[in-house]
Write a protein that binds this ligand. Structure first.
Ligand SMILES: N[C@@H](CCC(=O)N[C@@H](CS)C(=O)NCC(=O)O)C(=O)O
Length: 213
């Protein structure tokens, strides 16, 4: 199988995590961010992740890909409402910290200036100017610190996941946390840091600490 993705894409991290955690035989292929023709040719939309299955057919939608890779049901299914609420909250603002930075750290989907411009123009329509968001880093990080402290209280001991064995809670939350490792100066609570390192190791999805800005 092949997985088409962007490195910075949290939905793609869901699929990469599932492949890594479950030991699925998946070759990873990064698309240029401004390549519209390839994904549209595969699933009729300019969107990743896209899984090419064993029979050559294509599947979009990250959660469908995760469920397909986990046909044996090895990932824990439960999503506690408080984890869903945490995801909805932090999912609402994390891109203001992440998007202005991911174009600057040498990711393969942003190899050309055209790809950076494509992304910047598209995302600035949603979150406003990248420069203004970078200037507001302090206020976003303050909010993030409160949310990370709350997440720490929701983590249970034992197992690789947030709540015991790895599962769908991790598929929601880890991609957001992993992307936030691109932000320099975040003070990660110890249990959340341990979780990031553990889940990165178990899933094979690298963190951005070494490139944080
Ligand atoms: N519901 C989709 C959302 C996927 C999605 O929004 N992917 C983004 C990247 S993070 C994308 O491909 N956006 C098009 C673009 O960036 O031009 C899923 O879960 O797979």
């Amino acid at each position: 199988m092949k997985l088409y993705y962007y490195d910075h894409c949290p939905y793609c991290v869901r699929a990469r995590m599932a492949a890594g955690l479950l030991g699925a035989d998946v070759e990873e292929v990064v698309l240029a961010n401004d390549d519209e023709a390839t994904p549209i040719g595969m699933i009729g939309a300019k969107q990743v992740p896209i899984l090419q299955k064993e029979d050559g057919s294509f599947m979009g939608e990250s959660l469908d890909v995760v469920r397909y890779l986990d046909r044996e049901g090895r990932l824990k299914n439960e999503i506690r409402p408080e984890i869903q609420a945490w995801f909805d909250n932090v999912g609402g603002y994390n891109t203001k910290l992440v998007h202005p930075r991911v174009v600057k750290i040498g990711l393969p989907e942003f190899e050309t200036p055209e790809a950076v411009k494509y992304f910047t123009d598209k995302k600035e329509k949603n979150i406003g100017s990248f420069a203004t968001n970078l200037d507001k880093t302090g206020q976003y990080v303050e909010r993030l610190h409160e949310d990370l402290a709350e997440l720490e209280t929701l983590m249970t001991e034992g197992g690789a996941g947030l709540n015991g064995e790895a599962g769908m809670e991790d598929v929601l939350v880890f991609p957001i946390l992993r992307n936030l490792t691109v932000v320099r100066g975040v003070e990660w609570p110890q249990k959340v840091m341990d979780y990031l390192l553990r889940m990165s190791e178990a899933s094979g999805v690298p963190l951005y600490f070494d490139r944080a800005l």
